[in-house]
Write a protein that binds this ligand. Structure first.
Ligand SMILES: NC(=O)c1ccc[n+]([C@@H]2O[C@H](COP(=O)([O-])OP(=O)(O)OC[C@H]3O[C@@H](n4cnc5c(N)ncnc54)[C@H](OP(=O)(O)O)[C@@H]3O)[C@@H](O)[C@H]2O)c1
Length: 296
């Protein structure tokens, strides 16, 4: 019999790939709205933990991830973004602590302000500049306050071969633009850290199996601008990348002044050392994904 894990957000972009990759190793109990459980309801969450007392751990991915919606709800603690990201996480952490279960909480690079030009490490002080990042930071703090057997895994810019309905990663958006020969301009003066979800799955597997605790950046090994990302995609997937043009973040901010992080280079040095695992470079991840997609 496979060890059982309780998960939230398993139908999402990251969770769906994660569960597919770990299906041979674990049995997942999915706790989401479709299965009738709302993580913002504490009684429902405790009930599920009581029912599944044989779980070996919890992976908590569920979140309201729509940054634009979060922006509309800025400062609103009765809004859905606060409720799911903060109250939902408080409930998960309290229940995991009460039932003495190991918890992996998935967080984000958006807890940083994006002003630092060198890679952020786990020692850097988070400083969110918009509501989504703020609520995700409060979620991290809730886990730290309410539980003591947890790992916080900050991920960034997840990419993978799958395309779950309605949840397209940035790689698939770029592939669509390239296939349709669309003209696109992408920032050349911002930095992201693309992360291969398949690598993350291996880290989650190791973390659960060994009950690793602490804060980790579970991120890829390449820091790159979205413009250069798309050009790499075009090169590796054999498309003409000339319709992808360099755009300016600074110029865009003048038209749409919503707060956005500019430099999100995220160091994975601590993770690679403690897990003895090398996170893929972008080129390696793209080549693997191309192969997984059947070489298109
Ligand atoms: N995608 C990114 O670029 C990115 C980057 C960094 C970090 N992250 C983090 O990674 C995690 C997963 O992100 P994702 O992109 O996979 O998210 P996603 O595709 O937006 O999926 C969100 C998941 O949360 C579930 N959910 C939302 N509200 C819920 C509620 N009240 N009760 C129970 N479940 C609820 C959704 O269930 P339904 O399907 O039923 O709606 C869905 O499974 C999040 O914690 C996010 O902050 C994501």
């Amino acid at each position: 019999m496979k060890p059982k894990i309780l998960g939230t957000g398993l139908s999402g972009l990251v969770g769906s790939r994660l569960t597919r990759l770990l299906a041979d190793d674990f049995e997942f109990v999915n706790l989401d709205l479709k299965s009738g459980v709302d993580i913002t309801d504490k009684d429902q969450v405790f009930e599920v933990f009581k029912t599944h007392s044989d779980i070996i751990g919890v992976v908590h991915l569920a979140a309201m991830t729509d940054v634009s919606r979060a922006y509309q709800e800025s400062g609103d603690k009765s809004g859905l973004v606060y409720k799911v990201n903060v109250v939902g996480t408080e409930n998960m952490a309290e229940a995991a602590s009460h039932f003495n279960k190991y918890l992996i909480h998935i967080s984000t690079d958006f807890v940083f302000d994006g002003a630092k030009k060198t890679p952020y490490t786990e020692d850097d002080q988070p400083k969110p500049i918009e509501w989504y990042g703020q609520t995700k930071l409060w979620a991290e703090e809730a886990v730290q306050d309410k539980h003591n057997n947890y790992m916080i895994a900050r991920i960034a810019f997840p990419i993978n071969a799958d395309e779950p309905a309605g949840r397209q990663d940035f790689l698939h958006k770029v592939l669509d633009w390239l296939r349709n020969r669309e003209d696109r301009s992408l920032f050349k003066d911002t930095i992201v850290t693309p992360t291969f979800i398949d690598d993350m799955a291996q880290i989650i597997n190791k973390a659960i199996s060994n009950q690793v605790t602490g804060l980790y950046h579970v991120t890829g090994s390449t820091y790159i601008s979205p413009y250069n990302f798309a050009r790499r995609v075009a090169k590796i997937f054999d498309f003409d990348g000339d319709r992808i043009r360099p755009g300016s973040f600074k110029a865009y901010l003048k038209v749409d002044p919503r707060p956005r992080q500019q430099y999100l280079a995220i160091s994975n040095r601590k993770l690679e050392r403690d897990f003895d695992f090398q996170m893929s470079t972008l080129d390696l991840a793209l080549k693997m994904i191309k192969w997984q997609m059947g070489g298109i």
